[in-house]
Design a protein around this ligand. Structure first.
Ligand code: HEC
Length: 209
């Protein structure tokens, strides 16, 4: 038994060396060939990779150009007023193009307090934390001023989406639907600061007198 050992060793070493040469898989050897794969099953199959060349198509590229008018899922923005705040003729729409519900107002309040209040403050008077001594960011206008009250909802949508002068755009942080909810809440805030007796429901009017 021991007599055979050297022979086996020699056979083993020779076959390892041979395998290395055949497969080119010695360390440091660069090879374009795939490693030896004894049972390939269907592990590797011919396929194209993006941006690769192809002899099959006329322009020599694997990737096919998009058919004109192709729109990615979820990006069909046919409702111009909802997505731009402008009507077909390019004018800012007067009021929000969404249904006014209590849930929407709540959502608007929550989003307003997250995204707008740092600068505009929770009551919208423009004295948010960013206008304080430590930050000294440009003080925004008071939402209860006559000029801001007269803005159309479409214009405010545009301000949130694209920013205005010193105010940055919030289109990447705030989805379209939430922008309209914020505007609804902003209107509620404005109303609360300029309310008249007629805004108080009848059953509460006596209490306020
Ligand atoms: C980083 C601070 C900041 C945040 C956050 C911010 N604003 Fe402003 N906003 C400003 C400043 C500053 C101005 C004044 C811009 C100017 O006149 O240079 C302004 C102006 C405005 C105006 C008046 C635009 C005009 O034409 O005069 C509206 C309306 C407004 N913001 C709404 C919002 C709403 C709604 C949000 C939340 C989605 C928001 N802002 C978030 C800083 C901010």
């Amino acid at each position: 038994m021991f007599k055979n050992t050297p022979k086996i060793l020699i056979v083993a070493i020779v076959s390892i060396v041979l395998l290395n040469i055949i497969s080119g898989c010695g360390r440091g050897n660069v090879s374009g060939k795939p490693p030896i794969h004894l049972n390939p099953n269907m592990d590797t199959q011919p396929k194209y990779k993006a941006q690769a060349e192809s002899g099959y198509f006329e322009n020599g590229a694997v990737m096919r150009p998009l058919i004109e008018g192709t729109i990615a899922q979820g990006w069909l923005r046919e409702d111009t007023e909802f997505y731009t705040g402008k009507n077909e003729s390019g004018k800012f729409i007067k009021s929000v193009p969404v249904e006014i519900t209590r849930e929407r107002l709540r959502r608007g309040q929550q989003r307003f307090n997250i995204y707008c209040s740092p600068c505009h403050s929770k009551v919208g008077d423009g004295r948010g934390i960013m206008s304080k001594e430590d930050y000294k960011y440009v003080t925004p206008p008071n939402f209860h001023s006559d000029s801001v009250r007269q803005f159309t909802d479409g214009y405010i949508f545009n301000v949130i989406s694209n920013g205005v002068r010193n105010m940055p755009s919030y289109k990447h942080q705030i989805p379209v639907n939430d922008r309209w909810s914020i505007i609804l809440y902003l209107r509620a805030l404005q109303r609360s600061h300029n309310a008249s007796e007629n805004d108080v429901p009848l059953e509460f009017r006596e209490e306020t007198k």
